[in-house]
Write a protein of this length. Structure first.
Length: 312
């Protein structure tokens, strides 16, 4: 048998390495997420006393709002919890609130929340690390979700008015967008391009909102129960993850509008396991830890649980 030896020149070797590097970098910038077929849903804390929004701090702590149940004048919950996912325990950072809805945490560990929502207006509350509470502003309607930019400006969705507002650290309020499709907005986050993403709780629409007020439809998730469709959303590595509170599912949506079921079977239960075998009971809050590649999910149904999905 004749054996032929191929020897790459130095220039050919460098050329091949550059091609490989270009492919690798290209994949990173596309925000591609590796195959998730072996990912699992895990219950971190059962009987978790917080059923609303989640956010993740720089050190990996998870902050959870307990809206409670709907009452005549808003939510019945009173607390925001700080969770240590590694130890699977939590402590309250505020216990005197009224139906706290949404939340966000800045790099210094200050927590922000919509408080005392009475269907007419709500206070935008800042809770410092030492527990001091300051009302930054008051917004009309039913302000719901919130997210922060790099300058600690808050962007706030609204369930009962078709608006998104900006609140500066000094408490100055500016209307960012006004569009009929925003009425019912709850989940809100930034995409990787500087635009806001707003999920509509009532219609299941996921909207892109530019900071100059332009609104575009990205996708819609199925409406199974009218006005009880999409809880919160979070953006992670090129994709939007949303809790289908009425379907007991987690959806994954690309910025091009491609929609797929990411986790859950549709059965209202709390069973751990592989993504498409695990179950959820009215999943509501959702937040991504971008450093540790973990999704956290709160549940509105049953006795409540804090769930986690490690993204490989």
């Amino acid at each position: 048998m004749k054996t032929t030896n191929y020897v790459l020149s130095k220039s050919s070797t460098i050329h091949c390495l550059l091609i490989a590097l270009a492919v690798s970098v290209s994949s990173c910038f596309r925000g591609e997420v590796p195959n998730q077929e072996n990912a699992e849903v895990e219950t971190l804390i059962s009987n978790f006393p917080a059923n609303d929004a989640l956010s993740v701090g720089r050190n990996g702590s998870v902050y959870a709002s307990n809206f409670g149940q709907f009452g005549a004048s808003g939510g019945t919950g009173t607390t925001i919890l700080k969770v240590n996912p590694r130890k699977m325990d939590f402590v309250p950072i505020a216990e005197n609130l009224t139906g706290p809805l949404g939340n966000a945490v800045d790099k210094s560990g200050n927590v922000y929340v919509n408080n005392a929502n009475n269907f007419v207006s709500a206070d935008i509350l800042k809770i410092a690390k030492n527990g001091t509470q300051t009302v930054l502003a008051t917004i009309e309607g039913f302000p719901s979700g919130m997210t922060l930019d790099t300058k600690n400006n808050l962007y706030i969705s609204n369930f009962s008015t078709p608006t998104v507002h900006k609140v500066t650290p000094e408490g100055e309020v500016t209307l960012i967008a006004n569009d009929v499709r925003l009425a019912g907005g709850v989940g809100i986050d930034f995409d990787g391009r500087g635009n806001l993403l707003v999920g509509n709780y009532a219609t299941g629409q996921i909207l892109s909102v530019s900071l100059d007020g332009q609104v575009e439809l990205i996708a819609s998730i199925p409406v199974v129960i009218e006005n009880f469709v999409l809880g919160y959303i979070t953006y992670h590595k090129g994709f939007i993850y949303g809790t289908a509170i009425g379907e007991n599912l987690i959806y994954k949506v690309s910025l091009k509008g491609e929609v797929e079921v990411f986790a859950g079977t549709g059965v209202a239960s709390t069973t751990d396991g592989l993504l498409l075998e695990a179950t959820f009971n009215a999943p509501n809050g959702i937040a991504a830890d971008p450093i540790r590649n973990i999704l956290y999910i709160s549940e509105f149904g049953g006795s409540g649980s804090l769930r986690a999905i490690k993204l490989f």
